[in-house]
Design a protein around this ligand. Structure first.
Ligand SMILES: [Zn+2]
Length: 675
């Protein structure tokens, strides 16, 4: 995973997947509906989340090294036990090893070799650090930025599917270059934000001191970093703006980009990145590059040196000696996210291996943890939920037949990816050494950077995955129009091929429906069946959609996250629309599937109740206040409690299942429905 537990999996999907627990005993298999996790003292019609999860939450406080704890983070942790076994086996000496085992085994060994890492100190960064120190002019920044081992200092350079030509991969530059999780952290003036910025500057100073600067010099350098990052933040798009793909598409010639930021030597940068012939690209955020240019003009060479040194050490701190690891944790783990302790080294190493060699580790993982019957049952469920969506679209009262026809075309074009990729990534050109932890990380980063750039000008590979097979998460990609369910999430307590249908449909069915609905949320609906940014809606239907989506936004904007912070209804709109749509589709599919069957109560719960408890327990999770605060700013997902309560309180099917009375909290007077 990324060195800092902030942005890990917030990108796409369903679970904010944080990091998890402690002992390494074989994990007990948890049922997809766990009655002991309920809190029967709570009325399900008042607070369905606490009813579904309150028993478990009371018995399972957040471990000291976690920022949140629940069914998903526990599964992540349990998964790590298995991944560790795989990695330790691969690391053990053996007469003959295949290339995949060799790589993951050596990677893990190097990462666990604490003594060598302590001895190395910052030596592995020395060459680049000295190059930064030797810069004579700000005109050298471009060449240096291109060869820095942390991509994303200043901005991102990558490839992307052309938003308007889904067959082609083009080059792209995107905003980045901040140390804090989002541009809002630099611009907000409330006391908490001011306090966090002060703590951040103190942390930056501390890191300069660890690199050998005197406190006075380090303080000056930290101030320079803060000024430059604030300037970049002011030019950056907000998290809400970035949900609108139209705002991220500005195809330009190299000349136009040079006109936008003439102080940066782009030709030199692209040449040094192995792309000397680049003439056109997408510039996601032109204002950012203007702001970068202004900062390049305004700040002096010394300040820029400080900025680059900071990003060099910041990006690599988790892989350096303990002084750096601990300082990095003190700010990003503790102050920013609320964790009390650093996770044990082996857990971090498992995560790094998954991040850097995910499809090598994943091969061994699926052999051990993903039986063919789990894949078959998931495939069947996906098909049924797609059929439910077909019926759902057909029956919509607010949509014209013209738009319905196109929605169905899009639905039929969705690619279903289940478990793991058909073709594994080839890591043969990535050198992994058994005794060089940071070197492995840097080479893996290079490998990924050039793997992405090698796609420029080529056709799109529609088989690619952007999550590794062990990942406990799922996503929809609007550009590929595909739904993706890694093997990691297709297991108890989210999915159990051996359990009864009702909770399986409520839980995993809800997740499948959620990802599918993303193709038709405020963002996804702007892409056509092939993944082109193209409006296929009639104007009237577009208005009807927006009206219904704003009902959801208004609903969630009322919910309190922590203290005085409420959910940002615009930021979370797509996820909330997908939660409600997904649950409805899962319910329709389950009803259709079991129409002929005579269902009976189990453990005192009707089949309908079991369906909804299965859904409610998908969100059994508690989170530290610091992390809640952070997620409120950057995470497009609502807090777990409202993912449960927000969706069911819009559903008459739920209210009937639990016989909720009008006026109960889980019976919304003007309930919302989009899909
Ligand atoms: Zn989602």
């Amino acid at each position: 995973m990324l060195p800092i537990a902030i942005s890990l999996v917030i990108l796409a999907s369903i679970l904010g997947a944080p990091i998890a627990s402690s002992q390494s005993a074989a994990p007990a298999r948890q049922s997809v509906l766990d009655v002991t996790s309920l809190d029967p003292s709570v009325d399900p019609c008042t607070d369905f989340f606490t009813y579904s999860c309150g028993g478990w939450i009371k018995k399972n406080p957040i471990p000291a090294d976690k920022t949140s704890w629940g069914f998903s983070s526990k599964l992540v942790d349990d998964n790590r036990v298995l991944l560790r076994e795989i990695l330790e086996e691969a690391a053990a000496p053996a007469p003959e090893k295949d290339l995949v085992k060799q790589k993951i085994g050596d990677y893990y060994s190097a990462c666990m070799g604490e003594q060598a890492i302590e001895t190395a100190g910052t030596v592995p960064l020395k060459a680049v650090s000295e190059r930064i120190g030797r810069m004579h002019s700000k005109r050298d920044i471009a060449g240096l930025a291109a060869s820095m081992p942390n991509r994303g200092a200043l901005f991102d350079f990558q490839s992307d599917q052309d938003f308007k030509n889904s067959t082609l991969v083009i080059a792209e530059v995107d905003q980045d270059g901040l140390g804090l999780p989002d541009r809002d952290y630099y611009v907000k003036s409330d006391p908490k934000s001011v306090e966090l910025r002060q703590a951040y500057v103190a942390h930056v100073q501390k890191m300069f001191e660890l690199l050998g600067a005197s406190p006075g010099v380090a303080a000056t350098q930290a101030q320079a970093v803060m000024r430059i990052e604030t300037a970049l933040a002011n030019g950056s798009l907000t998290a809400v703006e970035r949900r609108d793909p139209k705002l991220l598409y500005h195809k330009m010639t190299l000349k136009q980009l040079e006109a936008l930021s003439p102080s940066f030597r782009w030709k030199q940068y692209f040449s040094a990145s192995g792309q000397p012939g680049l003439r056109t690209l997408n510039v996601t955020a032109p204002e950012f590059f203007k702001a970068m240019d202004a900062a390049l003009r305004k700040e002096d060479l010394q300040s820029w040196k400080a900025y680059l040194q900071w990003h060099l050490v910041h990006a690599n701190a988790p892989y350096l000696s303990s002084a750096f690891v601990n300082a990095d944790f003190e700010f990003f783990g503790k102050t920013l996210s609320g964790a009390q302790e650093l996770e044990p080294r082996w857990k971090r190493c498992v995560d790094y291996a998954d991040h850097d060699l995910g499809e090598a580790l994943g091969q061994a993982y699926v052999q051990r943890a993903f039986p063919p019957q789990a894949k078959q049952r998931a495939q069947k469920m996906v098909k049924e939920i797609e059929q439910a969506m077909e019926r759902d679209i057909d029956g919509l009262s607010w949509m014209s037949s013209e738009t319905k026809q196109r929605a169905l075309e899009k639905l039929h074009a969705v690619a279903n990816k289940i478990g793991y990729p058909d073709k594994w990534r080839d890591y043969s050109t990535l050198t992994i050494a058994r005794d060089d932890e940071l070197g492995n990380v840097l080479r893996a980063r290079e490998f990924e950077f050039y793997r992405q750039l090698a796609k420029i000008g080529k056709p799109v590979d529609r088989g690619e995955w952007s999550m590794s097979p062990p990942t406990v998460n799922a996503y929809y990609n609007p550009q590929l129009n595909d739904i993706n369910f890694p093997a990691g999430i297709l297991q108890p307590p989210f999915f159990d091929p051996d359990a009864d249908d009702a909770p399986n449909y409520g839980d995993m069915g809800g997740t499948i429906g959620h990802e599918l609905t993303h193709g038709f949320d405020d963002e996804g609906r702007q892409f056509d069946p092939q993944g082109n940014l193209r409006d296929w809606w009639t104007a009237q239907d577009g208005k009807e959609f927006e009206q219904r989506a704003s009902c959801i936004s208004d609903q969630y904007s009322q919910y309190v996250v922590v203290d005085d912070i409420k959910i940002n209804g615009q930021l979370t709109m797509g996820e909330n629309v997908a939660d409600l749509g997904g649950l409805l589709l899962a319910y329709m599919a389950w009803q259709d599937q079991t129409r002929e069957k005579k269902l009976s109560a189990i453990d005192g719960f009707t089949p309908e109740q079991r369906f909804f408890i299965g859904y409610g327990q998908a969100w059994c999770n508690q989170t530290r206040d610091e992390t809640k605060r952070m997620y409120a700013a950057i995470d497009p997902h609502s807090p777990d409690k409202y993912r449960a309560n927000g969706a069911v309180s819009n559903m008459p099917e739920f209210q009937r299942a639990f016989q909720c009375k009008t006026g109960s909290a889980m019976v919304r007077e003007n309930s919302c429905r989009v899909w």
